[in-house]
Design a protein around this ligand. Structure first.
Ligand code: XMP
Length: 509
């Protein structure tokens, strides 16, 4: 078993970020709600207590048994975590007179302590709290301060318990990663050997043991997660993995053929299913976005279910679920029961009583890509922009027809291909075209035209939760606009979407 750091979540918006930073140090870690702490066995090398929107002074504030978590493993409290430690040991936590939010610089740092080794005086840190530790208890000693926050960091005089009131996980804390390294490597003694290669090797061994001679069915989408999950399972059980790739008629131009060929090239046992007509007929007369999503989802389940029944004795459903899908709903209110509701198995019909295998469920998206590279999966698949399950179905506003799909596929192809040719594809998080239910007047040669308007959208983002429009060069946009209008019959106007999310969303429907 791998050594690990446990992160106990008290509901801070930054908890996932702590996990990412720890993993960047090649140390495996897991997030657990503070009220569902797993067994702290010898694999647990240390425990980090996260921040929280709560105040330790509130009645019913999130609390833990400090002796239990500190039993055999060092503890680091961050922000609320630090305040909780101080409060529990008899210190005083008060509402701060000034809200301590934003950048500050360390005015005192005691680098004799392992947590602060090589941390410079004046180093910038990021504070974000309404409460502050106004008096440290006897058992804790002060090891760092800023001009406004005296107890910026502390250590327990006898035990391996540490606290910092600023956030080491955000980039505004310039030496935050050094502090986390000091904790996980020097204080907890983690060996930093959790690399993509090791993950691949151990996951394949675990899958072999778990699956034996059983058959697994897995739906491929062409995206990164399902592809990497498939290759991992394939390396463990070979032809016993049966992949299904459904053409719903709403994919990008040539996508079905291209992706199918590259899956076959990777040696996957994959069946391409042409279900276009089933999807188109289910969509007739539907123009409301959620109604279209539901219809597309339902047909997908029907087709997938039908196909998987053709595989005899299949026992498992493989899925490309990733870590954010599993931990998304961890909150201060959340017992583990609520975690399940976000779990990516909602689409599974009841009568398909398959066990679920999810080899990526401990990984963040960028880690999935690194694992994909370690598996030597083609960059063309690993670097792909996210693409929604309902595909072009939610980019054709209003009712979907085959002719509209054809128009949008052509437009999208010119845009995406142009981004690739101009070396812009890798710089943007996601790019897309939308066919608007609007016609506008134009002139081509001597003729008046009255045709469709398309919108191009390209965004930069980290996780799709917030996004800004990409500042693509005007020359590029001008070139793509004339390519589209000259080459795609039925389009005479192109506009560029300059909205950010929020308040707009990335997709138009
Ligand atoms: P929005 O439009 O909500 O999109 O800003 C955020 C991200 O989610 C994708 N998206 C979807 N993905 N099914 C999916 O699988 C959907 O119904 C869906 N709607 C949006 C979107 O492409 C973007 O990456």
């Amino acid at each position: 078993m791998t050594e690990k750091i446990l992160i106990l979540d008290f509901g801070s918006q930054y908890t996932q970020l702590i996990a990412r930073r720890v993993r960047e140090l090649n140390v495996y870690c897991e997030i657990h709600p503070y009220n569902h702490i797993p067994e702290i066995d010898s694999n647990v090398k240390g425990v980090i207590l996260s921040g929280s929107p709560c105040s330790v002074r509130d009645s019913g504030a999130p609390d833990i048994d400090l002796d239990r978590v500190n039993h055999g493993s060092p503890v680091l409290g961050v922000c609320y975590g630090a305040q909780l430690i101080a409060h529990k040991l008899g210190g005083e936590v008060m509402r701060s007179e000034m809200r301590e939010y934003g950048r500050a610089n360390l005015s005192k740092v005691d680098t004799h302590y392992e947590l602060l080794k090589e941390i410079e005086i004046d180093s910038q840190v990021w504070m974000s709290h309404a409460d502050t530790i106004s008096r440290l208890p006897e058992e804790l000693e002060l090891i760092a301060s800023t001009p406004t926050v005296e107890a910026a960091a502390f250590k327990h005089k006898e035990k391996d318990i540490w606290g910092i009131q600023f956030h080491p996980e955000v980039t505004h804390t310039k030496q935050g990663q050094e502090i986390l390294r000091n904790f996980v490597v020097h204080i907890c003694g983690c060996s930093q050997d959790w690399t993509p290669d090791i993950f691949v090797e151990s996951t394949i061994n675990e899958l072999k043991e778990q699956l034996g001679n059983d058959k697994v069915v897995l739906g491929l989408s062409g995206g990164v997660d399902s592809s990497v999950a498939a290759i991992l399972i394939h390396q463990a059980i070979g032809k016993n993995l049966h992949c299904i790739f459904v053409d719903n008629g709403l994919l990008r131009k040539n996508e079905f053929e291209d992706v199918l060929a590259s899956y076959e090239g990777m040696g996957l046992n994959v069946k391409g299913v042409d279900a276009k007509e089933q999807f188109y007929s289910a969509l007739v007369g539907l123009s409301e976005p959620e109604a279209k999503r539901k219809a597309i989802g339902k047909i997908f389940i029907d087709v997938f279910d039908q196909e998987s029944h053709k595989i005899e004795d299949v026992k498992w459903l493989g899925q490309g679920t990733i870590y954010p899908d599993v931990i998304e709903s961890v909150s201060v209110k959340g017992p583990s029961a609520t975690i399940k509701s976000h779990h990516n198995v909602g689409g599974l019909p009841d009568y398909m009583k398959l066990k679920v295998v999810e080899p990526l469920k401990a990984l963040f998206k960028d880690e999935v890509r690194r694992v994909g590279r370690s598996l030597q999966i083609d960059e063309k698949i690993l670097g792909r922009h996210p693409f929604p399950g309902p595909g072009l179905g939610i980019r054709i506003l209003g009712e979907i027809t085959k002719e509209k799909v054809r128009i949008l596929q052509e437009v999208d192809h010119i845009f995406i291909d142009g981004l690739k040719k101009h070396d812009l594809y890798g710089d943007v998080w996601q790019a897309l075209a939308v066919l608007l239910p609007v016609q506008s007047v134009g002139v081509m040669g001597d003729e008046r035209t009255y045709e469709n308007v398309v919108a191009l959208r390209s965004v930069s983002s980290v996780d799709g939760m917030t996004a800004d429009f990409s500042h693509l060069p005007y020359e590029f946009l001008g070139h793509i606009s004339s390519e589209i209008i000259n080459r795609v019959k039925g389009v005479n106007r192109v506009v560029y979407d300059i909205s950010s999310k929020p308040p707009s969303t990335i997709e138009w429907e």
